[in-house]
Design a protein around this ligand. Structure first.
Ligand code: EPU
Length: 438
């Protein structure tokens, strides 16, 4: 059985929604517990599939995990000994599993991590993760679909200069360098809030790190790490998704617990579209009141590393542009193939052409419901917004992508008035739907 959404045209939305803990902040922090010697506690953990997969990975490493889902708290007793294997079954479900490479090598001096395989948003190589480990002194052998790596004595501090900014690569380098001998400098480091949050957790456990949030991070290796107790920041992309919704459908909504301090580039673009928003810009985490009662204007937007406009928001902002006035120009600069959703939007009646990394979206007056498929998490969320603004009924397939990263998505949307229902369909029924749709 497969999960699908049936989404009906929703002319207006109204109500409140609360943003959950950040997926991309949670995953590396969970993995960082492998480096610690004592129980770690993590609050505000979203109940999403990627967190479940990471917990599965930690259990496979010998950690003891107590997840109080009602309270959104995870307590983790790090393993006494760890088999240092990231199995294919887990890595193939979630690419972020590669982040165990750093902790495995720095604490246990060996690692066997299966290669993640394909991804719909582009090739997503891990060469920069491997470069960082190799600079720190690990021997690396990539063969037969897995990475086998070891270090003779202990990883040694060094200078790692990333030729390209990488969030995961920077996090892995930090996770490896904290227990290395000597000092490591990471140049051209990623500056995303999710890197900063990882550093804050590690610092609580005794790590010596400076410069997080800038492009140069300095890490003085320590002999051991104790424990941390942290609260996960709200998810800036989820908050941005609700802003995208408010920019797609008329109405008035209140987004609570939005990480305003991490959303400058996102808020700026929706403001340019003409979306009415009220929030306290001096608040780190706060409430955004959003109102739309007229057609918005198309915009020009290019994805960039933080603090630029996030690539994860690109499909969402595109959904908001489909019915906006004029032509929007959307450039994807981070991933090579992150326009898979374009053809699905076209099936709903959108007018989009793509030339290399640029999509031109000519705003249309109406969209019409259709059978569409989610290719990845953010594309899936963006399609939900577009389907809700399309006339008639839409069927969205591959909902499991959305469940990887959005907590209670359809419940939150339903509370705002979106007509959305999740149902289970047999494979043969799905084939029928696909045939009707294509
Ligand atoms: N890259 C390389 N080699 C590497 C690593 C990355 O060439 O070894 C390239 C990538 O192909 C890409 C660019 O560098 O072109 C940036 O990739 P990055 O490493 O920053 O991405 P990531 O760490 O794999 C995280 C998020 C993604 C988000 C990107 C970019 C997590 C778990 N994932 O991925 O989130 O799109 O940063 O901001 O933090 C999502 O949440 O839906 C999602 C895909």
């Amino acid at each position: 059985m497969e999960k699908i959404y049936i989404i009906e045209h929703t002319p207006s939305i109204f109500g409140n929604v609360k943003v959950s803990g950040s997926k991309n902040a949670t995953l590396p922090i969970l993995i960082a517990t492998l480096l610690c010697n004592e129980k770690c506690i993590i609050d505000n953990v979203p109940e999403i599939e990627d967190v479940k997969t990471t917990v599965e990975l930690l259990l496979a490493c010998g950690a003891k995990v107590n997840w109080n889902k009602k309270e959104k708290i995870i307590e983790i007793d790090p393993p006494q000994d760890c088999p240092t294997i990231a199995p294919y079954k887990i890595v193939s479900k979630m690419r972020a599993s590669i982040l165990v490479l750093g902790p495995f090598l720095s604490k246990y001096k060996r690692a066997l991590v299966y290669l993640p395989g394909g991804c719909s948003i582009g090739p997503r190589p891990i060469n920069l993760h491997l470069m960082a480990m190799s600079k720190l002194g690990a021997e690396i052998d990539v063969n037969h679909g897995y990475i086998k790596s070891q270090v003779k004595d202990r990883l040694k501090g060094t200078t790692i200069t990333f030729p390209k900014k990488t969030v995961g690569g920077t996090q892995n380098a930090i996770l490896a360098a904290v227990l290395a001998k000597g000092t490591t400098i990471i140049e051209n480091a990623a500056q995303e809030p999710e890197v900063v949050e990882l550093v804050k957790a590690l610092r609580q456990a005794g790590a010596k790190i400076e410069g997080e949030g800038t492009s140069v991070i300095k890490i003085k290796g320590v002999d051991e790490l104790s424990s941390f107790h942290v609260k996960i920041i709200p998810d800036r992309i989820e908050a941005g998704t609700f802003l995208g919704l408010a920019a797609t459908i008329d109405g008035e909504i209140t987004i609570k617990d939005a990480p305003i301090c991490h959303m400058e580039s996102i808020l700026k673009k929706f403001k340019e579209m003409g979306l009415e928003m009220k929030y306290d810009e001096y608040e780190d985490i706060g409430t955004i009141y959003v109102k739309k009662n007229k057609r918005l204007k198309g915009i020009e937007v290019s994805t960039e590393e933080y603090p630029g406009f996030p690539t994860d928001m690109q499909p969402i902002v595109m959904a908001a542009c489909l019915k906006a006035e004029g032509c929007s120009v959307i450039r994807e600069n981070i991933f090579d193939n992150r326009f898979v959703h374009v053809n699905e939007f076209i099936r709903l009646g959108a007018n989009i052409s793509v030339e290399k990394n640029t999509a031109l979206v000519h705003g249309v007056k109406k969209l019409t419901g259709a059978v569409v498929e989610a290719s990845d998490l953010r594309a899936g969320a963006a399609l939900v917004l577009a389907c809700a603004s399309a006339e008639g009924k839409s069927y969205l397939l591959n909902v499991e992508h959305i469940e990887r990263g959005y907590e209670n998505f359809e419940q939150k949307l339903a509370l705002l008035g979106i007509k959305i229902e999740k149902i289970l369909k047999k494979e043969e029924e799905l084939e029928k739907l696909r045939k009707i749709g294509k």
